[in-house]
Design a protein around this ligand. Structure first.
Ligand code: ZN
Ligand code: ZN
Length: 300
């Protein structure tokens, strides 16, 4: 599969808010970042560390891609050894300067490679593990296929294959966090709109329940704010729904693949987490599952 067929980060950067710096400052954590150890990023790790230092963000998680389908771009792209050494070395350089760098991963989940994923995580220790469902090679969400997939189907039928994989990821027990929960809306754009999905909160309920029951964290990923969908993954109403269903674990990340996307509108993800009633983020630092307090709300 060509990289162009799977544009994780298509050049769809939306307009910055007028007069505002779109990159956030003074937040405790950005928990989702891609470096040049991912096939879809060319950012050296030090660039993020420098951004973090300049912006008053004292902790970051490097979460480069690991894929298990040989047709996927991150399949054997960078070795565990190289990734770990790069991140640990940077952590030693930047720790004394006030930036703590965690060695994480974003593992692409699919039931078809559940065993490979389980074995990978059994053999390799990370500080923090995100499990994400992307548009796998045979999926109906591939750009060239999505229009015909949507045609003549109900919204329930359209999103079902995606949500089934999310439920698999949650129930696998492998992950600290489910990455960008409703990213299927990005793959479906513009054939299914965010408004259509917002009208059907029942669609997501079984997957949200699976996440709640598994005790895995729900990520609020701000990258959607720079994509054509123009809202976080998941949307604010879905974060509130997760909370209403008993969800207690949320975390926030910018999913940057460029240095100037570091902490991109991450303050908005933090704000909606606070507005949904959460007081802290759920994170893992190696053997420690921790709570990271939300910053005190600033009064404008
Ligand atoms: Zn992802
Ligand atoms: Zn990512």
């Amino acid at each position: 599969m060509k990289l162009a067929d799977r544009p994780w980060e298509a050049p769809t950067t939306g307009p910055a808010r007028a007069g505002a710096d779109p990159q956030a400052r003074d937040l405790p954590l950005d928990a989702h970042l891609h470096t040049d150890q991912s096939p879809d990023s060319s950012v050296p790790i030090d660039a993020y560390a420098a951004e973090a230092l300049a912006r008053g963000i004292p902790e970051i998680a490097i979460t480069d891609h690991v894929d298990f389908d040989p047709r996927d771009p991150a399949y054997r792209y960078a070795s565990f050894t190289d990734r770990e050494r790069t991140v640990r070395d940077a952590a030693e350089r930047w720790g004394p300067r006030g930036v703590t760098i965690r060695f994480g991963v974003e593992l692409t989940y699919h039931r078809a490679w559940h065993e490979e994923a389980r074995e990978h995580l059994a053999r390799h220790r990370y500080d923090y593990v995100i499990g994400s469902v992307h548009e796998w090679p045979d999926s109906p969400y591939i750009r060239s296929r999505v229009r015909s997939w949507v045609e003549g189907r109900t919204v329930d039928e359209i999103v079902a294959p995606y949500l089934d994989q999310v439920i698999g990821a949650a129930q696998s027990g492998m992950f600290d966090t489910i990455g960008h929960f409703d990213v299927v809306k990005r793959y479906l754009h513009p054939f299914v709109t965010t408004a259509q999905l917002a009208d059907r909160p029942d669609l997501y309920e079984p997957a949200l329940r699976a996440i709640v029951e598994a005790g895995v964290a729900l990520e609020v990923n701000s990258s959607g704010l720079r994509h054509l969908v123009g809202e976080t993954y998941p949307a604010p109403a879905t974060v509130a729904q997760y909370r209403a269903l008993g969800g207690e674990r949320v975390v926030a990340g910018s999913d940057a693949h460029r240095h100037d996307w570091f902490a991109w509108r991450l303050d908005e993800a933090y704000r909606l987490i606070a507005e949904a009633g959460f007081e802290s983020l759920a994170f893992r630092r190696g053997s420690d599952r921790v709570r990271v307090a939300l910053p005190a709300r600033r009064v404008a």
